[in-house]
Ligand binder design. Structure first.
Ligand code: PMP
Length: 360
């Protein structure tokens, strides 16, 4: 039978499919606005769509288990060597591979309160101890995280920007933290939302990888690249860390369609710029509405924003009845808050109108 540390895990709760929700609420599927999973409201880049269509023709063959073409494209874009890259089935797979390669019963991982839910999940799934450090202003308290590291600690997870709170640590502070972390601890810098940062917030974590052998930068094609359903993410790290992760990686962990689409998406910089711009405008639209409605929100650097409503269960239900899906985040220790992903202008407007009615 399963060990106690597996039995005590609470499974990640995915949202209901749109079709099911539409049926329950007696609404047309087309009338539902889903702003719950930090997806790209523009969909995927046309280049990625064409590549995915072409790759479908070849699915009788196994995918390239070494992700040769995608790694080459990443090397060209970021000035890396293929030995530094691990490709995952979404960046969740990267987090899992880290926990498989570096955690075990008797060892521990450090992460922040209100940080991404998969850090505790991946830690507990290995029977390792999770050390949750209280947040500061809803974000990472890096000094406290450093102080929480124990001799048995092997991994520290940092999401920048963080999900679900959207908080951001400037590059200078982050690099000072990485350089202070003991070398027996792997720093997992999760940059799932990095493409949404404004130019003045950007820092180059890829360049740090050469300097800090205990750094791993995790990125995804699920957000700005618009490929959440195809499940592609990657890690950039020291070749020895990548080698250990590849030992526990499934041989064909990423699909051929996903690999082809990701490679094409990586080259479509115009699409990424458009996604970031629509996000920037949507953020203004939503936060202006929160201000008008007298609601508190946490300034966000991602493609979503978390706001306080008090009765989150009631407001969420009232939004659902109007066909608007957002994300309750009680599981993140924030029972009075909801997270809304930024959509197209008309989707944001639907959400705002529904929220206004729900609050009145
Ligand atoms: N990291 C963070 C901070 C996230 O918010 C998410 C998605 N919600 C992921 C990783 C995982 O995304 P994916 O597996 O789709 O790459």
């Amino acid at each position: 039978m399963a060990p106690d540390y597996i039995r005590s895990i609470m499974a990640y709760q995915p949202g209901k499919p749109i079709s099911e929700l539409a049926r329950e609420m007696g609404l047309a599927e087309s009338s539902i606005v889903k702003l719950a999973s930090n997806e790209n409201p523009l969909g995927m880049s046309p280049a990625a769509r064409d590549a995915a269509r072409d790759a479908i023709g070849d699915v009788a063959r196994y995918p390239d288990g070494g992700a040769f073409a995608l790694k080459s494209a990443l090397c060209n874009k970021f000035g890396l060597a293929p030995e530094q890259i691990v490709v995952g089935n979404g960046s969740n797979d990267i987090l899992e591979l880290v926990s498989q390669a570096f955690l075990a019963p008797g060892l521990s991982a450090v992460y922040s309160q209100h940080a991404f839910a998969v850090y505790p999940l991946a830690t507990h799934a290995r029977g390792a101890r999770g050390i949750e450090v209280p947040a500061r202003n809803f974000g990472h308290d890096l000094a406290a995280m450093l102080a929480a590291i124990r001799p048995q600690t092997r991994v520290v997870f940092v999401a920048n920007p963080n999900n679900p709170t959207g908080t951001f640590v400037p590059g200078g502070e982050l690099e000072a933290f990485i350089s202070a972390v003991p070398k027996h601890v792997l720093v997992v810098l999760d940059e799932a939302y990095t493409e949404y940062l404004a130019p003045e917030q950007r820092y180059d974590a890829m360049a740090w990888v050469g300097r800090y052998p205990n750094l791993l930068v995790s990125r995804t094609f699920s957000k700005a690249y618009g490929l959440a359903g195809l499940r592609v993410g990657y890690a950039v790290t020291h070749p020895e860390v990548a080698d250990l992760m590849n030992r526990v990686r499934q041989p064909f962990n990423v699909t051929s369609v996903g690999l082809a689409a990701a490679e094409a998406a990586l080259g479509d910089e115009e699409f990424i710029a458009r996604s970031a711009e629509i996000n920037r405008r949507g953020m203004v639209q939503l936060t202006q509405a929160f201000a008008e409605l007298g609601l508190e929100w946490i300034p966000s650097f991602g493609n979503f924003v978390t706001f306080k409503v008090g009765d989150a269960i009631g407001i969420n239900q009232a939004l659902l009845k109007q066909g608007v899906i957002v994300r309750p985040i009680a599981a993140y220790g924030m029972p009075h808050w909801l997270r809304v992903s930024i959509g197209l202008p008309e989707e944001n407007a639907r959400f705002i109108a529904a929220l206004r009615r729900a609050l009145s």
